[in-house]
Design a binder for this molecule. Structure first.
Ligand SMILES: [Fe+2]
Length: 331
């Protein structure tokens, strides 16, 4: 700290100029080569790989789009507003990543499909850690939140063996298309809960029939979608996250068939195997048996198949090997 009237010299970081001087650019190709070369001394090879790829793609983007100074400043302004819109419960950058398909792509690369296992889906920005523990068969939603739905099934491994005591987190919008966190007067969690599978892997809870909903449209991402005439809806879905010791954490969602947005999810979260059919509880006796006050009650019968940590790591390593082989040709 300097006292008033005293000025100290600005302090540089400890790194000197590169070993070889960079040629002063006579054209934009030399400029791009220089911008890549300054990362050559990066000690962590993964960091070097990522930053050089970033620079290469950004420079290619600028050239291919022949972007104007005004457009680049508008881009920076857009990213600035995206950051400024974020709060502790609002994540506009996740939305941006989602609507550009990047979240779904990162998920696809990190969780490749494995035969027999439940596929993953995007996490989304609406999970909270404060969900109540919900006993077997009880409800995650308060009364009046939407049409009744029974959710039941088993948590299994790929050999069909039960996974007991798995922790199941589940969350959904209410029948109006809002997550509880979108209400300013939220006092307690609603339409979300934490359950356990029983000793034979069975789980069961009462919920509401999910509905399609628009992602928040009052920020820069919403404005961007309007600019390009894209709808901002997600098809109806129920989020599920399952953890059990020794197993790879499963983050997924299921999407009841027939939703008008199931083939144009604004965040690209739907996979074919995650589109499900809802049944209906037929008799009053059954409706009462499962704890509902009245009908109609839809039923989601859904088993979730977990991978062990080792099975997930093996599947992931195959993708990594393939991508590294592909990417080494870039330099
Ligand atoms: Fe969602």
């Amino acid at each position: 700290m300097s006292t008033p009237g005293e000025v100290k010299k600005a302090i540089s970081n400890p790194f000197g100029p590169p070993k070889e001087p960079l040629p002063l650019p006579e054209n934009d190709e030399i400029l791009t080569k220089n911008a890549l070369k300054v990362f050559d001394e990066t000690p962590n090879p993964r960091h070097k790989f990522i930053f050089q790829n970033l620079v290469r793609h950004l420079h290619a983007f600028v050239k291919e789009t022949d972007i104007s100074t005004e457009e680049w400043m508008a881009t920076i302004q857009f990213l600035t507003e995206t950051g400024q819109k974020c709060t502790s419960i609002r994540q506009e950058f996740i939305l941006l990543s989602d609507v550009l398909g990047v979240s779904a792509l990162v998920d696809a690369i990190n969780n490749p499909s494995v035969a027999g296992a439940t596929e993953t889906s995007v996490f989304g920005p609406f999970y909270t850690e404060d969900a109540h523990d919900v006993p077997f068969g009880e409800s995650i939603a308060s009364e009046g939140k939407g049409d009744y739905m029974l959710v039941k099934g088993r948590v299994l491994d790929v050999q069909g063996q039960p996974v007991p005591n798995a922790t199941i987190e589940t969350w959904e919008t209410d029948g109006f298309g809002f997550y509880d966190t979108q209400y300013v007067n939220r006092e307690v969690p609603d339409c979300r809960g934490r359950l356990q599978s029983d000793k034979d892997g069975y789980y069961q809870y009462r919920a509401i029939v999910p509905v399609s909903y628009p992602i928040p449209g009052d920020g820069p991402v919403g404005k961007m979608l309007e600019l390009v005439h894209r709808h901002n809806n997600r098809p109806a879905h129920l989020h599920v996250m399952i953890e059990a010791p020794g197993y790879h954490k499963l983050i997924t969602a299921v999407y009841p068939e027939g939703d008008p947005y199931v083939t144009s999810d604004t965040v690209f979260g739907v996979k074919k195997s995650l589109v499900v059919k809802l049944d209906i509880l037929e008799s009053d006796e059954e409706i009462k048996k499962y704890g509902f006050k009245h009908g109609p009650v839809k039923v989601l019968n859904q088993d979730f198949i977990l991978l062990t940590e080792q099975q997930a790591a093996e599947a992931r390593s195959k993708v990594t090997e393939a991508n590294i082989l592909k990417d080494t040709t870039f330099f």
